[in-house]
Design a protein around this ligand. Structure first.
Ligand code: DQA
Length: 147
């Protein structure tokens, strides 16, 4: 069972970028925590980050062939990208959208998400724990549906 975790622009700077909002943990720290949990849950993960919209779209297309579930923090593309939304529409498994911050408490332009229109579930404001909660959920749903 394979779950792909995708991260959008500027998340490579996690830990150094606006730590008052996003915290001090780096993306490598988040990946390590996800890998540890994946081991406990008995699932495989792939973890990616890109600042480029096309690379995220390509990764979603690849996930169509290789993954059973998808977790995505599209970062700023959340609020702008019809193309990422359309790519996600082609993915057949569960999709969880994760935001480290509570986007609904922030500027009005962060309140709308194209990705939420196609996501199975959305987590916002749990800090980096959101990735782990999403991973637990997707693993549970996939293992349940596998019987
Ligand atoms: C974010 C929220 C987005 O609005 C922002 O552009 C990000 C990160 C979050 O994880 O809270 O880059 O997706």
């Amino acid at each position: 069972m394979r779950i792909v975790i995708l991260n959008g622009p500027n998340l490579n700077l996690l830990g150094r970028r606006q730590p008052d909002i996003y915290g001090y943990e780096t993306l490598a720290d988040v990946e390590e925590r996800c890998r540890r949990l994946a081991g406990e849950l008995g699932v495989e993960i792939e973890f990616h980050q890109s600042n480029a919209e096309h690379a995220i779209i390509d990764a979603i297309h690849d996930a169509r062939e290789t993954a059973d579930g998808l977790i995505i923090n599209p970062a700023a593309f959340t609020h702008t990208s019809v193309a990422i939304m359309d790519a996600l529409k082609t993915f057949e498994g569960p999709i969880v959208e994760v935001h480290i911050s509570n986007v609904h408490q922030r500027e009005a332009f962060r309140h709308h998400s194209y990705v939420s229109l196609v996501a199975t579930a959305v987590l916002a404001g749990f800090g980096t724990n959101g990735y782990l909660l999403a991973l637990r959920h997707v693993a549970h749903v996939l293992q349940r549906d596998q019987g």
